[in-house]
Design a protein around this ligand. Structure first.
Ligand code: FMN
Length: 345
């Protein structure tokens, strides 16, 4: 099956058709600007943001969520909530500020959000959800997209019924994460159900999402579902070169060599510097801790490193600790150190 090389959403075209997922607490400016230069990202998203805080515009946290820069394009802003008027006002404010695409979150499983009828909570009331999306889509002239899960629970899958109604309501694209709310992150993304959503719409693109961690997985998503684009979340958090590797594969190019240890350390340092610019020295040092376990796994550092780095509170010590990761021995050496030397002759 031929795979698409670009994605059209309303009047906008994105190349490649690979999207970086909205990731609350992770997909900030610092991360986006670390991943984009590595290649393969056609469109990135802010994490979900509440239109109320957007409208009040006061908190420091809200300012860092919406922080962006010229090079951070193209960028979609994701909003969440279940109050139509607030979402509409938020969308209009974003449009006034020059945002080019808005996504509505209908997939967040967290109790504090879904339990109050927002995020995946909207999947329990498809009529209201469609009305809400219609109202937001009508209130702005930029494309409005929706990201949803398959349904609240397995016994009642609604995404394939909602998708054509959302299309009729003026939604310009749909991203579907192939799990239900009750599933959380258990099991695997259901590609057959994603295919059902793809088949349910007339013309708008459907973007497949869930568990893509390799070029082969990306091809499988396209082949099984017939989707128009891919969205990648956790795979890119662990391996920021993944979008590039997928894009190379989609173009039929040979795989790029895996990043060297130095490239990894440069990436990890650059990400940290971006966080310092965004959150200040102290904030960045504390927030960087959540990235340490995934980066250290890639850098094959042991538990001692992990424990030591997780305790650091000083920005210079954190910088020095990341830089010191250049010196850890390569995997082959570590794996083969107990083996006897090969016999001569
Ligand atoms: C830490 C974390 C934060 C997330 N935050 C958001 C969010 O703000 N908005 C959203 O629509 N989805 C959010 N998601 C869901 C992802 O966008 C994505 O749909 C999901 O992780 C499945 O894709 P993946 O297997 O490629 O990670 C989040 C997921 C994770 C793991």
């Amino acid at each position: 099956m031929s795979v698409p090389t670009q994605l059209r959403i309303g009047p906008l075209t994105f190349t490649p058709p690979i999207l970086l997922a909205p990731l609350a607490g992770y997909s900030d400016l610092a991360w986006r600007m670390s991943v984009r230069p590595l290649g393969g990202v056609g469109l990135a998203f802010t994490e979900m943001l509440s239109p109320a805080s957007l409208i009040q515009g006061k908190t420091k946290r809200h300012k860092t969520i919406i922080a962006t820069c010229e090079a951070d394009r193209p960028l979609g802003y994701q909003i969440y909530g279940n109050q139509t008027e607030r979402l509409r006002d938020g969308a209009m404010l974003l449009e006034q500020r020059g945002v080019s695409l808005i996504d509505i979150n209908m997939g967040c499983p967290q109790r504090k959000i879904a339990g109050h009828g927002a995020g995946a909570g909207l999947l329990r009331d498809p009529d209201e959800a469609v009305k809400l999306a219609a109202s937001v889509a009508r209130s702005v002239s930029i494309p409005v997209t929706v990201k949803l899960r398959l349904g609240w629970e397995r016994q009642r899958l609604v995404a394939h019924e909602m998708a054509p109604r959302l299309e009729e309501a003026g939604v310009a694209a749909i991203t579907i994460h192939g799990r239900t709310r009750c599933q959380g992150y258990m099991g695997e993304a259901d590609l057959d159900e994603i295919a059902r959503v793809v088949a349910s719409v007339k013309a708008i693109p459907v973007i497949g999402n869930g568990d893509i961690v390799s070029p082969a997985g990306a091809r499988r998503m396209f082949d099984v579902t017939g989707c128009s684009g891919l969205m990648i979340g956790r795979g890119a958090m662990k391996n920021p070169w993944l979008p590039r590797d997928i894009w190379n594969d989609l173009q039929g190019l040979p795989p790029a060599p895996p990043p060297t240890r130095d490239a990894w350390v440069d990436y990890a340092l650059g990400h940290f510097e971006g966080m310092i610019a965004l959150y200040g020295a102290k904030g960045a040092t504390l927030l960087y801790r959540k990235w340490i376990p995934q980066y250290l796994r890639r850098l094959l550092a042991g538990r001692r490193h992990l424990v030591e780095m997780m305790r650091l509170e000083d920005v210079d010590l954190m910088r020095a600790a990341i830089t010191a990761l250049r010196e850890i021995r390569p995997l082959e050496e570590v794996l083969h150190e107990d083996e006897p030397p090969p016999e001569e002759g």
